[in-house]
Design a binder for this molecule. Structure first.
Ligand SMILES: [Cu+2]
Length: 164
């Protein structure tokens, strides 16, 4: 009787420990698949073009590919170092804000000069040509994905055929 109790005690202790460890690990595991990486969605070609005139808005361009079986809807963009970021659509020489960008299954959407783009307001002066800024895309379902933008000057971007 006594003996079996002694054997049980360490076992119980061991179980208690592993349960605690699992609990402690759970939030980390969720974080690595949650805010930083929306399943099936990939961002590439991120570029931030600084304004030619200081104080003017900058602009961000990138590609978003959806390899998932269902459509996703991009609802918001945020960029570190920009007080405000707005999705815009250029058409016929003018542009208008866009609330939502749908990306059908197995397609990609390009944010590019003369089309969809992200307007960046009140840029931090620390954003400098040759550096990079972190961009976070938020989808309608609350999922997020982060990607770097490489920072270019307006002149550099123009040479590459980029025009806002
Ligand atoms: Cu714009």
């Amino acid at each position: 009787m006594r003996r079996s109790l002694l054997i049980l005690a360490p076992l119980t202790l061991g179980l208690g420990l592993s349960a605690c460890q699992q609990q402690a690990n759970a939030p980390e595991a969720a974080a690595s698949t949650g805010p930083e990486a929306k399943p099936g969605v990939a961002v590439s070609g991120g570029t931030l073009v600084l304004p030619a005139v200081k104080g003017n808005p900058g602009v961000a361009y990138f590609d978003v590919a959806n390899s998932d079986a269902k459509a996703v809807a991009l609802a918001a963009v945020a960029v570190d170092g920009a007080a405000k970021a707005e999705m815009h659509q250029t058409s016929g020489g003018s542009m208008a804000p866009v609330d939502r960008v749908e990306i059908d299954p197995n397609t990609s959407v390009k944010f590019a000069p003369g089309a969809l783009h992200v307007m960046l307001f009140d840029l931090d002066p620390k954003l400098a040509t040759g550096g990079s800024a972190e961009m976070t895309l938020t989808f309608a379902d609350g999922d997020k994905i982060s990607a770097p933008l490489s920072i270019k000057s307006a002149g550099e971007a123009a040479m590459g055929g980029m025009e806002h």
